[in-house]
Ligand binder design. Structure first.
Ligand SMILES: Nc1nc2c(ncn2[C@@H]2O[C@H](COP(=O)(O)OP(=O)(O)OP(=O)(O)O)[C@@H](O)[C@H]2O)c(=O)[nH]1
Ligand SMILES: [Mg+2]
Length: 400
């Protein structure tokens, strides 16, 4: 028995401002906004948010026992289905928290578990499905003892579905076998993909990269006239799409890739290695940023950090500030009491501010409204042409 979109599961979210990690109250609330969006994407409705300030997480239960009691009372009275923690819980913490909620009939999920669930829902190709299933089982194995076994009544739903809505296995021995088999399968697919990438020859490769939901697929569709699914959901794209396009007389390959997100768990990155290879092996990176997002500067930092982890050396990059049509601000006089904040600087202020940050090549566009696309294409053309000319020195065609 699965939950359909109509019977949305009711979720409460739990966030902790961990002082020792420098997480302020404000930051925690921003993170929780993102968690609520993730929960919504997974098909849950957030009915309440619980927060706590702690110097560091409580070893046994992540949050304090008073807070746990408070949550327990709320979920009992309001028929809540899931409790989602914004931070990753250790297997022991998860077990202890489940112990506290025993008899209430609620599932406990952490951020990774939720992201994996969305990935499972979104996976389309056998490659993506295999990657997601492997990551799910690797996550699940150390957490199996007592995991949701008291939840017979509520089988299925968020956190318990594998790719293609199949229910995930909970037998330890079966899971071990599955992990072995999935790894073999993945190794085979990875090899095929790598051969495929090599067979593409020496054409210049451009990868669209960026935080999730910034407009990568929308731009891909615009540049390549293809129809990759683009929608206002996190992780709409899980599979890489590659298209051959040309700007004027220079042909090259362009790839739309999976979006990045804050706190992307390590083992998840591992099983998505070959998806990220597209970015790793690209000649040029187009880093897309959603300027209309209140936390776009944070997102930009997360993506830059992930990129520098991923790439051995920096690659030619164009930073594309997208969604300028949706960039809004309330004009306030900046004075001693009103610092320059995201809400009170204009697009011009933003451009000036970014200019001093040395982003390298930058361009401001709206993929949806097709604004400034020519300027972006011109910048792409110049970079790609240079690499192309070095790679095909005897090609006797003329550049504009
Ligand atoms: N206002 C505005 N919305 C945009 C623009 N570009 C894209 N969007 C919207 O932003 C949402 C996300 O777009 P996608 O192209 O799916 O974003 P993505 O980066 O591929 O997202 P994931 O694949 O989920 O990581 C969609 O609802 C788009 O219609 C833009 O220039 N302006
Ligand atoms: Mg996409």
């Amino acid at each position: 028995m699965f939950y359909t979109e109509k019977e949305r599961e009711k979720a409460v979210l739990v966030g902790v401002a961990i002082q020792d990690e420098g997480v302020t109250n404000e930051k925690m609330l921003e993170y929780l906004d993102e968690l609520a969006f993730l929960a919504e994407t997974a098909g849950a409705e957030t009915v309440k948010v619980f927060t706590q300030n702690l110097p560091k997480p409580v070893t046994a239960t992540f949050i304090g026992s008073g807070k746990l009691d408070e949550i327990k009372t709320y979920i009992t009275e309001n028929e809540v289905n899931i409790v989602i923690f914004d931070d990753d819980l250790s297997p022991t913490q998860l077990r202890n928290i489940e112990g506290e909620f025993k008899g209430v009939g609620v599932k406990v999920l952490d951020r990774t578990n939720l992201i994996l669930d969305i990935f499972a829902k979104r996976a389309r190709t056998s490659h993506a499905k295999t990657q997601v299933e492997l990551a799910q089982y690797q996550y699940l194995l150390p957490r199996l003892t007592g995991l949701w076994t008291h939840l017979e009544r509520q089988k299925g739903g968020i956190g318990l579905r594998g790719p293609g809505e199949s229910e995930i296995e909970t037998d330890r021995r079966v899971i071990r076998d599955k992990i072995t088999r999935l790894k073999e399968q993945l190794a085979k697919i990875d090899k095929q993909m790598s051969t495929q990438r090599k067979n593409r020859g020496k054409l210049v490769r451009v990868a669209l990269a960026g935080y999730t939901n910034v407009g990568k697929s929308t731009l891909m569709n615009l540049l390549s006239k293809s129809s990759v699914m683009a929608e206002n959901k996190l992780f709409a794209t899980l599979d890489t799409t590659v298209r051959k396009i040309a700007i004027r007389n220079v042909p090259f390959l362009i790839a739309d890739t999976v979006g990045f997100i804050r706190k992307l768990p390590h083992h998840l990155i591992e099983s998505f290695k070959s998806t990220l290879d597209e970015v790793r092996e690209a000649d040029v990176i187009i880093h897309i940023v959603d300027v209309s997002h209140p936390q776009f500067e944070d997102q930009l930092r997360v993506v830059n950090a992930t990129l520098s982890e991923l790439l051995k050396e920096p690659k030619p990059t164009i930073t594309v500030f997208n969604k300028i049509d949706a960039f809004c601000y309330t004009q306030k006089e900046a004075d001693d009491l009103t610092p320059m904040e995201r809400q009170n600087y204009s697009l011009e202020d933003l451009k000036n501010k970014r200019m001093s940050q040395q982003d390298g090549e930058t361009v401001y566009i709206s993929a949806a409204k097709k604004e400034n696309i020519e300027e972006l294409k011109e910048k792409m053309y110049r970079i790609v042409r240079e690499i192309h000319a070095a790679r095909f020195p005897y090609n006797d065609f003329f550049y504009d």
